[in-house]
Design a protein around this ligand. Structure first.
Ligand code: ADP
Ligand code: ASP
Ligand code: MG
Length: 424
């Protein structure tokens, strides 16, 4: 007997029929004698609808900020998960399975105060452990917890993955299964590249880069937690027949295992390609080339919570003037330009230019640490397709390349095949 946490994403609980199918996966594990906790997302599209309602609601007249009260945003958007946890508990009960729904505040899942993007601080798993020991399935609403102000706090988009891994760590589960609409983690998004291959295993570090660089199959924070707490996490499909052979295999379930790199025997140089849309580039022209100029630019941007990513500074010809280019999410461009405008004198630049609709494609692989020439291969492959590179950043296990939006899919496919990742 083991303790397992199963997480089902939005498409897996999109309607009552899908919820019945989810209940069959749960039943399989219960029948095998395991203690089971289930984490659910809202029905697919629901959270977007709720966010849209909040954005469309009236704002406080005369308020300095164009934004709504984040605590009320959380009160609204957390409701999608309340519906699906209740519906799944009802469905399980109808199948003669002892089940009970739990909201984040009932467990409680304690978070920090960053409403809308809260981090889990602590989970008191004692109550659900006790109930699981008595044979009750805990059906937990993902994406939500309880802030220090005793108000519902949500964990950022895709946050149910993080709920699941955090609960698995808190109840010391033997396994955490993330069920989704694809049957594992692929070498790249299988919806863009049909030749993508499913990975049997992927190292925590690689999955962390893939997720950070745009592969939305897992929320970044869930991978961090799985890595820190050594949670055995599998990504697998909810759309396969729950009773097909091998589905209940405890040690080797179908799907992709996220694990330590030493568990991976045949390490490729490149493991995967990720892409992130909606990047924007901002350039400050004819800056004074002196100490403190970077701090004068990026300090105020950071204070305004603008996430700056790639940074390129040109060497000045005469040692007096230079150009600085960096990227931010497209949604933050207006805010960034405003902040730069307010600090124009302090920074000392001539003009600011911006370009939106760019895409960052990234090549990821632990094998890069010990192989030369990986970047050169990418640059040549992109050049052969006539794709212009606007900026580059690298780390030990990844190369990120900024390109024009319309070339995104071509670039992902090109990189995927130039490293031999296409399936035969
Ligand atoms: P859920 O609603 O179950 O949380 P998501 O939509 O958040 O599901 O994540 C699953 C999606 O992630 C897949 O449908 C797939 O298009 C996308 N995806 C992006 N990159 C990858 C990848 N490398 N491997 C698998 N899926 C990926
Ligand atoms: N329902 C939330 C979202 O759409 C959380 C999740 O699906 O993980 O972001
Ligand atoms: Mg998701």
């Amino acid at each position: 007997m083991a303790r397992i946490v199963l997480k089902f994403g939005g498409t897996s609980v999109a309607d009552l029929d899908r919820i019945k199918n989810v209940a069959r996966h749960v039943k399989r594990e219960v029948d095998a004698g395991h203690e089971v906790a289930v984490v659910v997302s809202a029905m697919s599209g629901k959270t977007n609808e709720l966010v849209g309602w909040v954005q469309g609601a009236p704002k406080v007249v005369g308020a300095n900020s164009p934004f709504y009260d984040a605590r009320e945003y959380d009160a609204v958007v957390a409701s999608g998960e309340q519906v699906t946890s209740g519906l799944l508990a009802i469905t399980l009960q109808a199948m003669d399975i002892n089940a009970r729904s739990w909201q984040g505040w009932q467990i409680p899942i304690r978070t920090d105060n960053a409403h809308g993007a809260a981090r889990i601080l602590e989970i008191d798993g004692s109550d659900i452990i006790k109930r699981m020991g008595e044979g009750q399935v805990a059906v937990i609403s993902g994406f939500q917890g309880l802030g220090p102000d005793n108000r519902i706090a949500t964990l950022g988009r895709g946050g149910s993955d993080t709920s699941a891994v955090a609960i698995a760590a808190a109840v010391k589960a033997d396994r955490c299964d993330i069920y989704t609409d694809v049957d594992g983690v692929y070498t790249t998004d299988p919806r863009i590249v049909p030749q993508a291959r499913r990975l049997k295993k992927i190292a925590f570090e690689e999955m962390l880069e893939m997720a950070s660089l745009g592969a939305k199959v897992l929320q970044v924070r869930s991978v961090e937690l799985a890595m820190v707490h050594k949670v055995r996490t599998f990504v697998r499909s909810s759309f396969e027949d729950p009773d097909a052979p091998g589905m209940g295999d405890f040690l080797n379930p179908p799907g992709t295992l996220i694990c330590d790199e030493d568990e991976i025997v045949e390490q490729e140089v490149v493991t995967g390609i990720a892409y992130a849309k909606d990047e924007a580039q901002i350039s400050l022209r004819r800056l004074a080339d002196r100490p403190g100029v970077s701090a004068a630019i990026f300090g105020p941007l950071a204070e305004s919570h603008i996430n700056v990513d790639m940074i390129v500074q040109n060497i000045s010809e005469d040692g007096s003037k230079t150009d600085m280019t960096f990227t931010v999410p497209s949604g933050d461009v207006d805010k960034a330009i405003k902040v730069l405008g307010e600090n124009k004198e302090k920074i000392g630049y001539d003009v600011v230019q911006n370009e939106s609709g760019l895409v960052k494609v990234s090549v990821i692989g632990i094998g890069m640490r010990s192989h030369a020439g990986v970047a050169a291969t990418a640059f040549k492959a992109l050049a052969d397709k006539g794709i212009n590179i606007k900026a580059i950043t690298t780390s030990e296990i990844k190369i990120s390349i900024l390109i024009d939006g319309p070339y995104a899919e071509l670039a992902v496919r090109t990189l995927h095949s130039c490293y031999g990742l296409d399936k035969n």
